[in-house]
Write a protein that binds this ligand. Structure first.
Ligand SMILES: NC(=O)c1ccc[n+]([C@@H]2O[C@H](COP(=O)([O-])OP(=O)(O)OC[C@H]3O[C@@H](n4cnc5c(N)ncnc54)[C@H](OP(=O)(O)O)[C@@H]3O)[C@@H](O)[C@H]2O)c1
Length: 284
């Protein structure tokens, strides 16, 4: 059986859909904190099991009979290492033949503070001896587009990335890659740097939004502390706002850029363009 943790989340749901294209639903396990959130999957025959990173007893039961597992990193951005370790231990106990983990682009050399727990998780996986493949995902383009309504309202995107290039890709592209890796042979021991075929700066993003919307939208680069304040004012928890501002600073130094083309190679098609994703995100 093939299990996906965090399967009620935006990435996890997409991975489950990709797996269902090639596997019978009875072979797919949606491992979730709240089974009530994925009733639609249970109705389609997907095996739904409770798997809460903070409750290890749920994890061993969830992984019974599981051969390949995708561990989607926790949203608890500070303190997620022990949560991930609980899943790694359960995977070891269950004897999975492959553990795939959603890490961060160039986690081994990234100056971004967000990379620290990813790298620690990668090390814990290695130390566990569980056969594993690391999916170092770049930024989601959808992250940038969360600011689209505010950008249209105020006529500007804000950030602290200067002219740093982002090789951000669609969640759907990362999900497709995860499904390919889970269902392919000889993946253990590999590390993939997953990023879009074409990179863009935040000024490029603003230009594309202006072009498609017909409204003037600029990119205003802010000092990191000011950008952190904007994020906090928008309701993002303080620790996450600080990490996101720090990630923009890292991006200004190239941390979220990659031109290796591994994502499109894995999924067998070009990555989804910024143009397409902006069009899908624009209202009406
Ligand atoms: N590369 C990027 O740009 C980027 C951006 C954002 C996030 N990420 C990472 O990618 C992951 C997936 O992103 P996403 O967009 O799918 O996030 P999401 O939509 O917020 O989904 C997060 C998933 O994690 C689950 N979860 C949270 N705490 C859990 C716990 N204690 N035990 C079990 N499951 C738990 C959530 O369950 P519930 O449905 O019950 O809440 C949900 O299914 C994130 O968790 C984060 O680590 C990457």
């Amino acid at each position: 059986m093939y299990a996906v943790t965090g399967a009620s989340g935006q990435l996890g749901r997409l991975v489950i859909e990709r797996l269902l294209e090639t596997l019978p639903a009875s072979q797919v396990v949606a491992a979730v904190r709240d089974p009530g959130k994925v009733r639609h999957l249970a109705e389609r025959g997907v095996v739904v099991r409770e798997a809460d990173y903070t409750r290890p007893e749920t994890l061993s039961a969830a992984l019974t009979g599981v051969d390949k597992l995708l561990l989607i990193s926790s949203t608890e951005v500070s303190g997620r290492l022990p949560l991930h370790c609980a899943v790694i231990e359960a995977a070891h106990a269950a004897g999975v033949s492959l553990l795939a983990y959603t890490s961060m682009l160039h986690a081994d050399i990234s100056p971004a503070r967000l990379a620290v727990e990813h790298l620690q998780t990668e090390a814990a996986i290695k130390a566990s001896g569980v056969p594993a493949v690391i999916l170092r995902n770049g930024w989601y383009t959808e992250n940038h587009l969360m600011a689209l309504p505010a950008a249209l309202e105020h006529g500007a995107f804000v950030g602290a990335a200067k002219d740093g290039r982002f090789s951000s890709a669609a969640r759907a592209d990362y999900a497709a890659a995860a499904a390919v890796v889970l269902t392919s042979e000889r993946q253990a021991g590999r590390t993939y740097e997953l990023a879009a075929d074409t990179a863009f700066t935040l000024a490029d993003l603003a230009t594309e939004v202006s072009r498609q919307s017909g409204k003037a939208v600029a990119y205003n680069d802010l000092p990191p502390e000011a950008y952190e304040g904007v994020l906090a004012n928008a309701g993002i928890p303080a620790d996450l706002a600080a990490l996101l501002a720090d990630a923009d600073v890292a991006a200004s130094r190239g941390a979220l850029f990659d031109d290796g083309g591994e994502l499109s190679k894995l999924i067998g098609r070009p990555t989804t363009s910024l143009e397409t994703l902006v069009a899908a995100a624009l209202p009406g």
